[in-house]
Every structure is written in C-alpha cells, then in structure tokens.
Write a protein that binds this ligand. Structure first.
Ligand SMILES: Nc1ncnc2c1ncn2[C@@H]1O[C@H](COP(=O)(O)OP(=O)(O)O)[C@@H](O)[C@H]1O
Ligand SMILES: [Mg+2]
Length: 224
C-alpha cells in the first residue's frame, strides 16, 4: 500500500552531512500494525516524516497506492496527508481553549453530522464519555493522548502515523494508549515509532533501526 524506495533524508550541518535515513526500503501492508524501534537518533522520526510526506526525501521516493510523492509535491501530497493519514506525536498538540469534543472535531475534514457522530463514537471507544466537555488541562496526560488518538482517527485514515506517543507516559498508561490505538488495526494501518520495544508487544511486524538503516525485522502474531 505504502512503499519507500531507497529513500534518504540528509541533514547538512557545518561541513558534514548526516544520513538520518540512508536508502531505506520499507513497505506498509494494508491494515497492519507496524512497529519501528531503535535507540534515540537512529532515524525513526526521520523515516516516519518521509513515509508520511511531512518531509521531502533527498534521495529515492515514496509511493502510496502506486502514486509517487515526488509527483505530488504540487499540493497533492498535502491533500493526501490531510485526507488519508492520521498523526499522533509525543506532544498531544491539543488546543487549550477547546473541549475534548471540539479538539477531536478540529481534525475532521468536514464539520458534518456524520463527523460529529464519529467523534461521539470515538469518545465512547476511548473511554472519554465523562470528559467530552472538559478542557485539556482538566485531563490526565493519558486522557489527553487518547483525545489525540481520537482526533487522528476521526477521518478513518488509511494509515495512522504515531511518533513516540507513549514517551511521556508511565508504562501502564502507555500500554493502555497502545492497546486503544491497536484496535484500529484492520480498519487502517498503524506505523508506530518508539524507542521502547515493550510498547510493541501487539505489533504484527517490528522493524529495527540503527544509524538511519534497517538492521532487523521480526514478524509477530503469525501475521505481517
Ligand atoms: N533538524 C535536524 N538537523 C540536523 N540533524 C538532525 C535533525 N533532526 C535529526 N537530526 C539527526 O538525524 C539523526 C536521526 O534523528 P531522528 O530521526 O530524530 O532519530 P530518532 O527519532 O530515532 O531519535 C540523528 O543523528 C539526529 O541528530
Ligand atoms: Mg524521534
């Protein structure tokens, strides 16, 4: 569904260059939960930025359903990102003067009754019923991250990209967040970046990174 083709991201600093991602080939399969793990600085976030079109590749290309990101740089990639992808980061990026419900609706492509219905359903699935009209500061960090998940899922994305969404949470809360996100598998694919392999016990497949390269791959759950 999504494939990278010898894709690189290069940072130039001073006289040197760093290959944050070095000619990586990776494919995301339909509906799978793909984990990307590796130590800090191994290029996980950089690879996620390339895969999701948040950054342009310096070498290689990415295709989604056969369509090249290179060819979509004229605005089409922004549309693809908006309509087909969902994002969750370590920071929840909720708007502090909007309620839980309103924050989720911020992600919606249209402010339709269908979207409001979906927001209410997500609030239920994520156990936020009693918090629907609260403001972000009135929530625990784990609850805020659940709101961020709902916002990412509001348009039923083909792929959810999650970059260290559990890094600010304790183990128990982190596992709860992963478990909730993992339920989306099958409806869409999940690309989950973490430095903590503990968070990937649910993954169908785990790719290990080091120094901008893929150094290992493990299949789990008999799938992937
Ligand atoms: N904005 C930047 N400018 C220069 N180098 C960067 C920048 N962002 C990341 N890097 C470098 O790219 C490499 C990969 O970083 P990153 O993708 O953030 O890794 P990870 O997410 O695995 O911690 C590291 O060597 C990092 O120092
Ligand atoms: Mg990172």
């Amino acid at each position: 569904m999504l494939e990278t083709h010898a894709v690189s991201l290069i940072y130039r600093n001073g006289e040197g260059v760093t290959y944050a991602v070095n000619k990586v080939n990776v494919a995301v399969k339909h509906g799978e939960f793909l984990g990307l793990v590796g130590p800090s600085g191994s290029g996980k976030s950089s690879l996620l930025y390339l895969m999701s079109g948040l950054k342009d590749a310096n070498e290689g290309d990415v295709t989604f359903e056969g369509n090249s990101y290179q060819a979509m740089r004229n605005g089409k990639l922004i549309d693809l990102r908006r309509t087909r992808y969902g994002f969750i980061f370590q920071q929840h990026f909720l708007i502090n003067y909007l309620t839980v419900f309103e924050n989720i609706m911020v992600g919606a492509l249209e402010q339709s009754e269908a979207a409001r219905k979906r927001a209410r359903a997500l609030i239920g699935e994520l156990g936020l019923e009693a918090r629907s009209n609260r403001l972000p500061w009135q929530l625990s960090i784990g609850q805020r991250q659940r709101v961020a998940i709902a916002r990412a899922l509001i348009n039923e994305p083909a792929i959810v990209f999650a970059d260290e969404p559990t890094a600010s949470l304790d183990q128990t809360t982190g596992h709860q967040v992963v478990d909730l996100l993992a339920q989306y598998r099958g409806h869409g694919s999940i690309v989950f970046v973490t430095h903590d392999p503990e968070m990937l016990t649910q993954a169908d497949r785990v790719i290990r990174m080091r120094d901008g390269e893929i150094v290992g791959e493990e299949k789990r759950n008999g799938k992937g």
